[in-house]
Design a binder for this molecule. Structure first.
Ligand SMILES: [Mn+2]
Length: 255
């Protein structure tokens, strides 16, 4: 069984960001995967225009496999959330949205796969995305999907939605799909393969990480275990370097 993990698409009406998401969907089709995971921040903010929502739904409609979407901090499940007016599941029965405050498990029996997903309800230092994870589904491959700020071993943070290395190592899943950091990053701990995928749009890449857009292609194999490959995605149009630089400046000023 193989899946693609992406995050931090930040759709906001900017063509480069929609192109990034379209390239992710193309990759899911090309690699013929069984599942696509979007680990938060599919949208950039709660006030995106309906045309941007419709473009996202059109892309989700093209996905030929199951799709997991969890909210991030930019599209979090607070009282102003855009998900109170946007139902992504209208794109088709393949779309699974995880809006529950405590998270939930979802199983796909045909793949012997269980997915725990939880989005951000309030982006605060006191909100620990992994806090409500509970072990289940012994007999299946287990994935967890969430969004937050990674804290290495022996370190502490005052940043919002922290995910500590200790919390990752204490999970009982095979792979943890993370969003929030805009570059590829391996944060595996204990027996848990944990990764950030980075953002699929070059225009989103923050000042710390400037790299070609990619997704994580993950294979779950009974003999080889969890195999993670970082694969480049093909943008329909190469991003204009000046525009990309301007977008990076915008991203920095927003931080
Ligand atoms: Mn984020």
């Amino acid at each position: 069984m193989r899946f693609i993990h992406t995050a931090d698409v930040h759709l906001d009406g900017e063509p480069a960001r929609l192109a990034g998401f379209a390239a992710v969907v193309d990759a899911a089709i090309t690699h013929d995967v069984d599942l696509l995971i979007v680990a938060g921040d599919l949208f950039d903010h709660a006030r995106v225009m309906q045309v941007t929502v419709d473009e996202a739904i059109e892309e989700l409609r093209r996905v030929p496999c199951d799709v997991i979407v969890v909210p991030g901090n930019h599209d979090c499940m607070d009282e102003r959330s855009l998900y109170h007016r946007v139902d992504l599941t209208v794109a088709g029965p393949q779309v699974h949205f995880f809006g529950e405050p405590e998270g939930r498990w979802h199983t796909i029996d045909a793949l012997k796969l269980a997915i725990w997903g939880r989005g951000i309800t309030e982006h605060l230092p006191t909100f620990h995305p992994l806090e409500t994870y509970r072990h289940a589904h012994d007999e299946y491959w287990r994935l967890a999907v969430t969004h937050g700020f990674y804290v290495p071993p022996e370190e502490t943070t005052t940043r919002s939605s922290p995910i500590t290395s200790g919390e990752i190592g204490a999970l009982t899943c095979d792979y943890l799909a993370l969003g929030h950091w805009h570059g590829f990053l391996d944060v595996s701990a204990g027996d848990v393969h944990a990764y950030y995928s980075g953002s699929p749009s070059i225009g989103n890449v923050d000042i710390h990480v400037l790299e070609d857009p990619s997704v994580n292609l993950v294979t779950l194999d009974p003999e080889r275990g969890v195999v993670v490959e970082r694969v480049p995605i093909a943008l329909a149009e190469a991003p204009d370097p000046q525009l990309a630089a301007a977008q990076r400046l915008t991203a920095i000023s927003r931080d």
